[in-house]
Write a protein that binds this ligand. Sequence first.
Ligand SMILES: Nc1ncnc2c1ncn2[C@@H]1O[C@H](COP(=O)(O)OP(=O)(O)O)[C@@H](O)[C@H]1O
Ligand SMILES: [Mg+2]
Length: 266
Amino acid sequence: MANSSFIRIAQVAKEFTAPDGSIIPVVEPLSIDVQEGEFVVFVGPSGCGKTTVMRMVGGLETTSAGDIYLNGKRVEGPNRDKGMVFQSYSSFPWLTVLGNIRFGLKYRDDISADEKERIARHYLDLVGLTPFADYTINRISGGMRQRVAIARTLAANPLVLLMDEPFGALDALSRERLQIQLMDLRRAERKTVIFVTHDVDEAVLLADRIIVFSARPARVLADIAVSATLPEKRSLDILDIPEFRKIRRDVLALIRNEETRMEAAE
Ligand SMILES: Nc1ncnc2c1ncn2[C@@H]1O[C@H](COP(=O)(O)OP(=O)(O)O)[C@@H](O)[C@H]1O
Ligand SMILES: [Mg+2]
């Protein structure tokens, strides 16, 4: 293998064809390497191509050029190696909360039934839904449904978690709580995560590395090693420290500059 990165996005480009037949370049040839256990956050102006890159990594979208490798294997479609959590997700409305989380373990044949039950309840507890285990999905709030989706994805134990604005629709308190839970979980399990957000505080709080994308067509504008500056163990208190605020300011300046450039081009 030419490169030992856990995830390798190698000269990947994407273009869409508009209804009138014209070609819309959405992602320029770009390369990103992610190491095992890294938490990488994608930020960039709205509509720049973040979701498109994530969908290609997840195998939900083909590349127009270049290839993506996960753990040395070329990504050719969605499979259980890639656990995906989106802002709007689908759960199984006829199943209970616990039933939905159990579903994430359905295809795991490496563990016993007892172990599956223990893991399902572990993730149920992790997202704070133990009191709601037996509720059906249509009886719980949108924020709680999102927690079910996250628990179900984690329970399936994918190689990589691909999270596209997963907390975007949640109220502020639920979001903070899930941010902390995600940080704890990640430290405990060294999960490799790619996370998209438009919330710069969230990006700096969670990231080992922040990749800032340019306006469409997306290219990598900056690759910021947050873990070189901030401690690995973080709490919400970190939002007040000068090092945090500096990274936040730098990222915001890059995005604002891109948005201005985009407006000027219109
Ligand atoms: N299937 C598609 N067909 C045509 N254009 C698309 C398609 N999917 C995304 N786009 C366009 O690609 C651009 C980037 O979209 P997206 O990746 O969703 O951006 P982001 O997630 O950064 O907001 C947008 O202009 C969007 O309209
Ligand atoms: Mg998006």
